[in-house]
Design a protein around this ligand. Sequence first.
Ligand code: UD1
Ligand code: CA
Length: 401
Amino acid sequence: MVLAAGEGKRMKSETPKVAHVAAGRSLVNWVLKAADGLGTGSTIVVVGHGADTVEAGLPSGTQTALQEQQRGTGHATKVGLEAVQGLDPDDVVVILYGDTPMLPPRVLADLARLDSDEALRMITAELADPTGYGRIIRDTEGRVVEVVEHADCTEEQLLIREINAGIYAARAGPLADSLESLTDDNAQGEYYLTDVVGILAGKGDRLTAVKAQAEEVMGINSQDELADARKSLQRRTNQALMDAGVWMLDPERTYVDDTVTVEAGARLYPGVHLEGSTTVGANAQIGPDVFAVDSTIGEGSRVWYSVLRSAQVGVDCEVGPYASLRPGTVMKRGSKLGTFVETKNTTMGEEAKANHHAYLGDAKIGARSNIGAGTVTCNFDGYQKHPTEIGEDAFIGSDTM
Ligand code: UD1
Ligand code: CA
């Protein structure tokens, strides 16, 4: 179960917090990706604030439950549990917060393997600066006895650096029972899921805490934390690409969405942004300074200082410097669009070239044709759009309208 109903006031944004994007995925979708690693079972996302926006961004078919009023993480969990049919009291419910995108699947695998006598297992971490997090209170024997939210801590408790990551695996039966006895008698007037820990410990149920790395469990509450998360997720994405044989001059300045495919041998220079469903073929050379969204770039092509939106660049093509390829641009093998060339809904035949200063809109350019500088396919007469067709081996001289 992923809790994603909160507003995220500290973001100061109209976009619901969990819908903010880092490295090509919303925060909640990163959490869902990690949860995929659990393999079996079903997933439910609790939505509420900005429910339409959040739901629209979820993978299609994701089950959701609506928490109409955001009355706290405990209340959200209750709403989620009520929406799940046919749970056995011994079933394990993994609860995650939609704002912890850095969670690696490995941490979850350990979490979900509860011993038969274990009621709850949770993730904690030691933070240099634990401000804002719930603190883990242990007894003299080191057993977890409760979680106290930052706002409810005594001076002494504020010094504790072990924090609650907001990641739990619990038996459905004891979880549902303890949710019933939550109260909102606390600093924030909310039903805290974290109080379940104290309730179960108080009953003498067995619960354990597993420590994770601080960075892995970081919760995103503000814009600067979002920027940190983006950096770290980008580093992880780039690491995976380099492990697979992609060359990067400077991974810190190479921005590739998690949804993009880059084949081994491709070379990415600084200032490259690859987004959406973009794919890059082997040995292509991209950048410096290229923005490409939902585009394909074929094997061996070179694209630099250019913008590509829903464009298809074939094998061994050349784009730029300073070209703008708008939606519907198709470049066949060996074709070229050079400096200050803009295209839209235009096909360049094999080895066709427009090397300098041209606008080609709603056009078909035949194989091997050469488009001279200052050529415009005047596709708009003020009322309607008109196509232009230029055959194979044509030579269009400079300054042709
Ligand atoms: C929570 C924990 C805190 C922990 C921290 C870890 C509680 C009470 N506190 O604090 O111990 O250290 O996470 O990151 O659980 N949400 C709902 N419905 C609500 C309220 C929240 O779905 O009514 C969702 C939010 O969308 C968010 C998640 O629950 O994804 C956590 O809520 P948030 O307000 O960020 O909790 P924290 O104050 O960070
Ligand atoms: Ca949080």
